[in-house]
Design a protein around this ligand. Structure first.
Ligand code: FUL
Length: 679
């Protein structure tokens, strides 16, 4: 007894000697705790940008442009609800200054738009829809305002507070308010010219803004404005770092040797402020709707990665949807979101850690509380190297482990290890760092009867409120196959934990085919087929035909070694010189072909999308014969690969691909990929 007491005291001294004493560990407020439990919430970017095809307006776009034909906030909110979101945040005002509600303080709003003859209020309809579907409502109010004449002058702070008051008092409860940090400087600001207005560091009256929120909506979480309640995760791609603390140091105590976003992405173990992260990411490349991005809605595997790398890494996911010009969410997006929800439900369908299991530990006190599915009851580690052991009482296959700390008492775990029993001996499965509110590990399926989680290091005794394990169905989407200019073929599987097999002889790949481990050389005409396996399950076959070798191909007038238009990567582009709008390719020798394919620049601010084409060939690069010309229909809105069939086989060494009209009146021709059809 005495010995145990001495040991316990030694242990406490040890923990207290750490960077932060146990009783000083930062802890979430009630509001932060409630917010964290939402896990997934949605963003809606909808405004005048939707009608101008822009991401950041200039503040001079006419309110007349805002005219959704079928606006239905109920459709947005229902989709969010069906996708399992707990709340939704709408851009009431973005950087252009256009207000989706009829603010009494500006003319730049829905009240001067043709929509509902100026009688409409999108924020009101949105609030009603949230209420109807039982979702929490949040609002985004951009401090940067490219329309307001006083922006950059002291008077603007009053204007902003007036608008904030309107939003905080007229629309019911608001769970989160988003103050964006962007201040691009450029805008019209109520004048006739586009110019820059810079602001000083202390320009905004943050204390006043946040004071208003505290007074009018005491339970509202504030994003931005000096990081009062939550922090940005540091990127807009949807990923928190594996080591992820909900705590942060004050701004002036950030490390010098790591970027600011990287530190937001990880948090600080010794941070004294509780500032959990929010991972904001859009299901499309942009935040607003652009028809040209309809084919770039994130795939199901990439949305799954986003979930596991945000919610599964102790962050909260804020996933953006972009209603289109009708004022409705496009079916591609809604379908993808529902597929995502269905896949998540499948992944977490059956918790293998249940009442059939037997639990043991070096600290049996309140052991069951780690497994009782009640967040508010927890098991506490007795010292470092404390462990929880689960005996499934039969051999089971699993590939996910979910752990939760009881964070109302602070985030504690610094390092943990997972082992499983195989053939009578313990094998290491994972060695990880933080847990926080929720941590989900993904790994290749293991078959075992026993699992052990050892808490190796923590700031104070670990408090564990949940341990779950699952055997998620592997998402075996088809792999993509690419070949670079040197003829190296690479195969990319969206499922990180599957095994890839391929063939190059046209046969259907199977487990018996060549396993893919790294890029391989195959520079001739070839069809590569690949498949992903997980155990006996496999996905669809991915297939790619490659034509002639491009090793000798050059672009006349450049000696660049790497030519993006032949590199097999759709996300890199070649762009002609200004006013040239053509490319001349030297194949190195005469080749025979019957057509060509053109993939335009895929970037959001795409350069030189050709609206029409003229194709010529030449033996010597000087005397040209025109072969074909025509238009690419709908290429601006749908910039996918275009195929030009020449209707006959031709042989030549030089090819000229030209356009007379590029999208948006641009003076260049841009090409992501160019190839010939040589069948
Ligand atoms: C950024 C803004 O500049 C984007 O337009 C968008 O609103 C995003 C959520 O935050 O900082």
């Amino acid at each position: 007894m005495k010995l145990r007491l001495i040991l316990l005291m030694a242990l406490l001294v040890n923990w207290q000697a750490g960077a932060i004493a146990q009783n000083k560990l930062p802890k979430p407020t009630e509001q932060q705790m409630e917010w964290q439990k939402f896990e997934t919430i949605a963003f809606i970017h909808f405004s005048i940008n939707t009608f101008t095809d822009m991401e950041w307006g200039y503040g001079n776009e006419s309110p007349e442009l805002f005219n959704p034909s079928d606006l239905d906030c109920r459709q947005w909110v229902k989709i969010c609800k069906d996708a399992g979101m707990e709340g939704v945040i709408l851009t009431a005002k973005h950087h252009d200054g256009f207000c989706l509600w009829p603010s009494a303080y500006t003319e730049y709003s829905v009240k001067n738009s043709p929509w509902k003859n100026g009688q409409g209020d999108v924020v009101r309809e949105f609030a009603d829809a949230c209420q109807e579907y039982g979702l929490k409502m949040g609002l985004y109010l951009s401090p940067w305002d490219c329309n307001h004449p006083d922006y950059g002058k002291p008077g603007y702070n009053e204007y902003f507070k007036n608008q904030l008051t309107e939003l905080l008092t007229n629309y019911g409860d608001i769970f989160e308010i988003w103050f964006d940090g962007a201040n691009g400087g450029r805008g019209y600001y109520g004048t006739d010219s586009l110019h820059n207005r810079s602001i000083s560091k202390d320009y905004y009256d943050w204390q006043g803004f946040i004071g208003l929120v505290r007074e009018l909506q005491p339970n509202c979480i504030v994003h931005g404005g000096g990081l009062p309640d939550i922090r940005w995760v540091g990127n807009e791609e949807g990923h928190a770092a594996k080591t992820h603390w909900s705590t942060l140091r004050p701004n002036d105590q950030f490390s010098k040797d790591k970027s600011f976003p990287a530190q937001l992405n990880e948090g600080h173990e010794d941070g004294l402020r509780w500032l959990p992260s929010e991972t904001d990411v859009s299901v499309r490349p942009g935040w607003y709707y652009h028809a040209a991005e309809d084919h770039q809605v994130k795939s199901l595997p990439s949305l799954m990665d986003i979930y596991y790398e945000s919610v599964g890494r102790n962050s909260l996911l804020l996933l953006n949807l972009s209603p289109d010009k009708r004022g409705l969410i496009h079916p591609i997006d809604s379908l993808r979101l529902l597929q995502w929800k269905r896949q998540l439900d499948l992944d977490f369908k059956e918790d293998l850690v249940n009442s059939k299991c037997q639990f043991s530990s070096n600290n049996k006190k309140k052991l069951k509380k780690a497994f009782d599915n009640n967040y508010d009851s927890y098991w506490q580690a007795a010292g470092e190297e404390s462990y929880l052991e689960i005996d499934f009482r039969k051999s089971l296959t699993l590939n996910r482990l979910l752990l939760q700390e009881y964070i109302p008492e602070g985030q504690r775990v610094k390092a943990f290890r997972v082992d499983y029993l195989e053939d009578g001996s313990w094998k290491e499965l994972a060695r990880e760092t933080t847990i926080g509110y929720k941590r989900i590990l993904r790994f290749l399926p293991i078959t075992t009867q026993k699992l052990r989680i050892t808490f190796e290091e923590s700031l104070a005794p670990a408090m564990i409120t949940k341990v779950s394990a699952y055997n998620a169905p592997i998402l075996l989407a088809e792999p993509t196959i690419r070949r670079d200019q040197q003829g190296m073929v690479s195969i990319h599987s969206p499922e990180k934990f599957g095994e890839v097999f391929y063939t190059t002889d046209g046969s259907t790949p199977s487990r018996q085919s060549e396993p893919y481990t790294e890029p391989f050389l195959n520079d001739g005409k070839v069809t590569v087929k690949a498949i992903v396996y997980s155990g006996d399950n496999h996905g669809e076959v991915g297939e790619q035909m490659f034509g002639l070798s491009k090793k000798q191909w050059t672009v006349v007038g450049t000696d660049a070694a790497k030519l993006p238009l032949f590199d097999g990567k759709p996300y890199t582009s070649w762009v002609s010189a200004n006013n040239v709008k053509e490319v001349v390719v030297d194949f190195g020798e005469a080749i025979a072909f019957s057509g060509l394919t053109y993939l335009p620049d895929q970037a959001r601010w795409s350069r030189g999308i050709a609206l029409n084409y003229q194709i010529s060939i030449s033996e010597d690069g000087e005397n040209w014969t025109e072969l074909a010309s025509g238009d690419f229909s709908n290429i601006r809105n749908n910039p996918i690969t275009q195929t030009i069939d020449l209707g006959k086989k031709v042989t030549s060494r030089f090819l000229k691909f030209a356009t007379t009209a590029a999208a948006d009146g641009q003076r260049v021709l841009g090409i992501a990929e160019l190839d010939v059809i040589s069948k």
